[in-house]
Ligand binder design. Structure first.
Ligand code: AHR
Length: 671
């Protein structure tokens, strides 16, 4: 970009530090003497900020998919969990006689071998089954829910099903009936409008008439999904993501890509097509932590690769699928696919590119079109393995890269730097990746808050040539990695903000970054901290969410060099700062993190910008104390506050609040 585009139209008094007022918590006050200086070199724009700079890491952990983003209300809807009745129980009301059976013959389809038979001898007050949902079912008053079921008449003359939605106390929230069963499997659908709101509802299915009937793929699905799509995603969660304007979304993990064993790895081909035909597998997080065992955690793949691509498109993010590279999780079995057998895995990658990008009249393009998306998804990058390490990874990465680079030079490959930010595994992998001319290397850091503040200069001296960096998984751990006592508190978020100024300053090397993990159900999580928490009805962004959002929506188009007290070193006197120019809006955007417990009176100079003479905007994110957190009941306790800022000269005084992240936007438009 040419520097002339950065010259503001208002010609002003260059660097006239005469400003006598500042805003603090929305109040104009007399300024104390400024002791620190921040100089933004507006006339020295640097590298372009990649559009992918700040994005999302989605993993099906903490009930992020089933029970979360995928809003099916019925758990174990097809009786395919190893314990086929998990989530279900028999209902036998007064005077009723009958039995229930799990049968695995003549299934609805091959991926879905089992179904439930309800055999009734006497109906009495009702005989059938109840589903408990995912820690209950969330239903909103006056909202519509589609009940659907595959059913058939098995013996005798059952007339159909009575379907009841009840709250935790057994009060009716709505009901419907299914009639006209035949001896053949057929799908039946009916609408239930909820008469009241409940986060802990459940669903009853009661047979009507005597005899036996078979049921499978039993679903209660909200009509109000994102974009009102059938099999669509939970609207409030998608909106939280979209509001961040993410540059990319990585999916579906994380360790679930690897699986505890290769048999349990994520295989994208089994996650497309009709949802009823997607074969369920265990979720790797089901048994991972003894202290957070989650026996009912499986992957129905109702949210599969097609839905992930659609989600990426909906929120304006580049899709980044991560594929298994022939290695099961090295924290578990570490099972390896033989190198002689690796073609199968590479073929999955080739086919995925075809599924995403080929025209609608091709083999894979047809499958995508049949699901509702004839246009390509414009896939530009793929991850080869998740958090792998060792020579075994390098061998497998090489095999992938050899084929993919030859067949698809347009696709960037993401490779692993292992699970730690600076151990032997990390150094070995980076050495290899440089030698192999890898595209983008994925670094992970789950470290204490102080590490983030201390490592703000991590990328200042990374080589400017060779592979780029994807800061693919990071989050400050208030207690320690994988501790169930970690909190999404303000100290963690503020430390991440400080670190992110270092990412932004180095956007020529770090081309993508994402906080991890993304989602957690408050009643069903395995891992903490997480960016967004939810229950069956509500969701909230943590302080970490607002930090991510502030950086992402203010990412600009070009790096601007920043001097702190005349030096390029970031992180002095508890101050951290980075700046960008946004060529689209002609604004300078300055981000300042003050980790001191006192306010900082700072002279800010926009060198080379001239006098501005235009209203600016300031977003201040701070908290009552470092332990402060958001919650379902107090979701905005730590949330950005917007203030106006009148800047009349290219140098001005500003007081940065204690323990705060401040984003200052100054442009030539009257915003
Ligand atoms: O984010 C949780 C886990 O941390 C991811 O699945 C894995 O990649 C990392 O070890």
């Amino acid at each position: 970009m040419k520097s002339s585009r950065l010259i503001f139209t208002c010609v002003g008094i260059v660097s006239a530090l005469v400003c006598c007022c500042y805003f603090s918590a929305g109040t104009m006050q007399h300024a104390a003497v400024a002791s620190d200086t921040i100089t933004v070199q507006v006339d020295r724009p640097g590298a372009a900020i990649p559009k992918t700079m700040f994005g999302l890491f989605f993993e099906d952990i903490n009930f992020a998919a089933d029970g979360g983003l995928y809003p099916e209300r019925v758990k174990n809807r097809s009786f395919e969990f190893p314990d086929p009745m998990m989530g279900w129980r028999q209902l036998k009301r007064e005077g009723a006689q009958g039995a229930i059976y799990i049968i695995n013959q003549e299934p609805v389809n091959d991926a879905n071998r089992r179904f439930l038979r309800i055999a009734v001898e006497a109906n009495g007050q009702g005989f059938g089954v109840m589903n408990e949902g995912f820690r209950g079912m969330g239903v909103q008053r006056d909202e519509d829910y589609t009940f659907s079921v595959f059913a058939r008449r098995a013996e005798g003359a059952p007339t159909g099903l009575r379907v009841e939605l009840e709250d935790a106390d057994g009060h009716t929230l709505g009901n419907t009936t299914v009639t006209g069963l035949t001896p053949e499997w057929q799908q039946y659908k009916a609408n239930i409008r909820a008469t009241a709101t409940s986060g802990k509802a459940h669903l009853n299915l009661l047979a009507a008439g005597r005899g036996a009937l078979d049921v499978d793929v039993i679903s209660l699905y909200p009509k109000d999904t994102y974009k009102q799509r059938p099999n669509g995603l939970r609207a409030d969660l998608v909106q939280l993501l979209k509001d961040m304007q993410p540059g990319f979304i990585r999916f579906p993990g994380g360790c679930i890509v690897e699986g505890r064993t290769l048999e349990q790895r994520y295989q994208w081909k089994t996650t497309i097509g009709a949802p009823s035909g997607r074969r369920l597998i265990v979720n790797r997080w089901n048994t991972e932590f003894r202290h957070r065992l989650t026996p009912d955690y499986y992957q129905s793949f109702g949210l599969g690769f097609y839905e992930y691509f659609l989600l990426a498109e909906d929120i304006g993010a580049e899709p980044l699928p991560i594929l298994n590279c022939g290695m099961a999780c090295q924290f578990n079995s570490g099972e390896l696919a033989s190198l002689h057998n690796i073609d199968h895995y590479i073929q999955d990658a080739l086919d995925l590119i075809a599924f995403a990008n080929d025209p609608a009249n091709t083999f894979w393009g047809k499958k995508r079109a049949a699901m509702g998306h004839p246009a390509p998804f414009h896939l530009k990058m793929i991850g080869v393995g998740n958090e792998q390490w060792g020579p075994q990874y390098i061998e497998r990465y090489k095999a992938f890269a050899q084929v993919l680079k030859q067949r698809h030079p347009e696709i960037a490959l993401i490779s692993s730097a292992g699970p730690s930010p600076n151990d032997e595994r990390f150094n070995y992998l980076w050495g290899q990746m440089r030698r192999l001319h890898a595209d983008i290397v994925d670094e992970h850091y789950y470290m204490e808050p102080k590490w983030f503040r201390d490592n703000v200069g991590r990328y200042d001296n990374y080589p400017r040539t060779g592979p780029k960096v994807f800061a693919g998984e990071y989050a400050a751990q208030s207690v320690g990695i994988a501790s169930p006592d970690n909190r999404n508190n303000w100290e963690c978020a503020l430390s991440e903000a400080a670190f992110m100024t270092g990412l932004e300053r180095n956007a020529d090397v770090v081309v993508m970054a994402s906080y991890a993990p993304l989602f957690a159900h408050v009643d069903a999580w395995q891992w903490t901290p997480n960016m967004i928490w939810f229950d069956n009805l509500r969701a909230y962004g943590t302080p970490n969410y607002y930090v991510q959002k502030l950086f992402s929506v203010n990412k600009g188009t070009n790096i601007l060099p920043v001097l702190l007290n005349g030096m390029s070193k970031n992180g002095q006197d508890d101050l951290f700062a980075s700046a960008v120019f946004d060529a689209r809006t002609q604004e300078v955007i300055l981000k300042v993190v003050n980790t001191a417990q006192t306010a900082k009176h700072v002279t800010v100079s926009l060198a080379g910008a001239g006098q501005l003479g235009h209203a600016g905007q300031v977003f201040v994110l701070t908290a009552p104390n470092l332990k402060a957190e958001n919650s379902l009941d107090d979701p905005q306790k730590v949330a950005p506050a917007e203030q106006a800022l009148a800047v009349s000269a290219s140098s001005f005084a500003y007081t940065f609040a204690p323990d705060s992240l401040t984003v200052v936007r100054i442009g030539k438009t009257n915003r």
